[in-house]
Design a binder for this molecule. Structure first.
Ligand SMILES: Nc1ncnc2c1ncn2[C@@H]1O[C@H](COP(=O)(O)OP(=O)(O)OP(=O)(O)O)[C@@H](O)[C@H]1O
Ligand SMILES: [Mg+2]
Length: 512
């Protein structure tokens, strides 16, 4: 067989007592796409960071085209034609695409017009689409990601590493990305991709290498793999990938949304006459292409956005009274037991403070209404311990700053905290973004537990298969309008897909 483009032998990396990688081997050939698969905290990002010069291994050897190399900075990596697309983009917001791509090369004498036409040629070749008139801050996540990839290629990358590139993309955007990756592969480039979505692994890669708890488990050809083989390699045992759905009992209308209209800061109407009911003891799914108004809807319920028309009524189980949430502050709404856990594209952007430890992050939310300024640390500590145990958060202890946890483990802390607050209405948006398959099922089970306890659960998800398996009813929105409400037990994927793209509907459909 040909000499590998890149080979790792016996790579070990520790952070204090944490062994992130232990004696890991890895081989990637030219013209292939390799997936790296492993549970949250299994060491994938750390390993890639050593190839791209962010970290330096404690032990082991790296070979490029059969020659041993030392990579001690991102510049060394670039000189070896290695480029990495991180989960948190490193672009300058006020610059446009070209300015970002040539950043660092532009020494004044530089011909920016020529650079732009070269960049455009690269885009043409691989099928990237970039709007060169836009500044970064005007771009969607997917557009920013495209700029990052083009930047790496423009700088000469032959080995491209993508760390969870699809975690923040819609299925359509993922498709576009995969088409581009296939063209790059045909062009002889080596691509390493990390993703937790097994169907993506099976779709895009030629081979899959698996890590478990920092150790290299093995590599198999994708053509010989399936979801259960991959899961078993990852977890070390067979696990069941079924979601149990119980029949709701004694459901009452908990939240009544009636004819809600909402305008964003720019004065554009983003919610049009939205009506639906969320019931206790039920999981209501919300399906829609991302950016269809999901965020605004949940934020309006949580009191974080002002609606311009309609009502948001809450049947308070404690008083048996109906209250209009529109007149309440976000804190009053939270205290009524209405909880929002929105996992944004940038996980550390909302709800968690990276430099604070897990216990302090618990206190940020749950114990604010305590008896004055002296916060009690014992309860949050117990809560932190419980979340770490229930969700199997990989961390040395509760005193570790959140920013040192792996991406998926940060997420578990965020979701666990909201679920633990005994809500009456739990709104969870994208709760499994970036979570490994095992943890995703743990979250689905937790949502089911909440349902059983009589909580009205609203689940905004991206994966239609999961929505159909988990939810009792599914509300579909498109362009800020309700295009349908379907029964989760009978719904077909195609039907929901159609409703998601139905365009304008003079809707505001009522419930059933
Ligand atoms: N800078 C750091 N300081 C301390 N520990 C770290 C640091 N970076 C990573 N770790 C630890 O190393 C282990 C591996 O983390 P890594 O980010 O590589 O996991 P991962 O496989 O990418 O997980 P995920 O799927 O959640 O992104 C984790 O236990 C993590 O907490
Ligand atoms: Mg990672």
């Amino acid at each position: 067989m040909a000499c590998p483009a890149i080979e790792l032998r016996g790579i070990t990396k520790t952070f204090g007592h944490v062994i992130a990688n232990q004696n890991v081997d890895l081989v990637v050939y030219r013209g292939e796409i390799l997936s790296i698969l492993g549970e949250n905290g299994s060491g994938k990002t750390t390993l890639m960071n050593m190839i791209s010069g962010i970290y330096y291994p404690d032990e082991g050897h790296i070979f490029i085209d059969g020659k041993e190399v030392t990579i001690s900075s991102p510049k060394d990596a670039l000189d070896l034609k290695i480029g990495m697309i991180h989960q948190h983009f490193k672009l300058v917001d006020v610059f446009n695409a070209t300015e970002n791509i040539v950043l660092g090369i532009n020494d004044g004498k530089f011909d920016i017009k020529k650079a732009e036409s070269d960049i455009k040629a690269t885009c043409e070749k691989y099928g990237f689409e970039i709007d060169f008139t836009k500044k970064i801050y005007e771009m969607s996540v997917s557009e920013k990601q495209t700029v990052e990839i083009v930047k790496a290629i423009y700088k000469g990358a032959d080995i491209l590493i993508l760390d969870e590139p699809t975690a923040v993309l819609t299925p359509q955007e993922t498709n576009n990305l995969f088409n581009v990756l296939r063209k790059m592969k045909d062009d002889g480039k080596s691509i390493i991709i990390i993703t937790h979505k097994l169907h993506e692994v099976l779709d895009i890669s030629d081979r899959v290498s698996v890590l478990r708890k920092g150790k290299y488990i093995g590599t198999i050809n994708t053509s010989q793999a399936n979801e259960s083989i991959l899961t078993e390699m990852m977890v070390g045992e067979k696990i069941s990938l079924d979601i149990e759905r119980s029949t709701p009992h004694d459901s009452v209308d908990r939240l009544l949304i009636k004819g809600v209209d909402l305008y964003n800061k720019e004065g554009v109407q983003v919610l049009h006459d939205i009506s639906f009911t969320a019931k206790s003891g039920e999981i209501l799914g919300i399906a829609g292409i991302s950016g269809s108004g999901q965020r605004e809807l949940l934020e309006a319920i949580a009191g974080l956005q002002k609606i311009s028309g309609g009502e948001i009524l809450y049947n308070n189980p404690k008083t048996n009274e109906t209250e209009d949430l529109k007149d309440k502050t976000p804190l009053q709404i939270r205290n009524l037991g209405v909880r929002l856990s929105f996992v944004p594209e940038d996980r550390l952007g909302m709800g968690l403070v990276g430099n604070m430890d897990i216990v302090d992050n618990m206190m940020l939310r749950s114990y604010r209404k305590g008896k004055g300024v002296f916060l009690e640390r014992k309860k949050p500590k117990q809560l932190a311990d419980k979340i770490i145990e229930d969700l199997q958060v990989v961390t040395p202890d509760t005193k570790t700053p959140v920013r040192k946890l792996s991406g998926g483990n940060v997420q578990k802390v965020l979701v666990g905290r909201e679920i633990a607050s005994s809500p009456t209405v739990l709104m969870a948006a994208y709760p499994v973004r970036g979570l490994d398959i095992n943890s995703s099922y743990t979250i689905y089970n937790l949502l089911n537990d909440q349902k059983e306890k009589g909580v009205a659960v609203i689940f905004v998800g991206e994966d239609l298969d999961v929505l159909i398996d988990l939810c009792d009813r599914i509300l579909v929105i498109c362009g800020g309008r309700v295009t349908g409400i379907v029964n989760g037990r009978e719904a077909k994927k195609e039907e929901i897909g159609l409703l998601m793209t139905k365009g304008h509907f003079t809707g505001g459909d009522s419930n059933e």
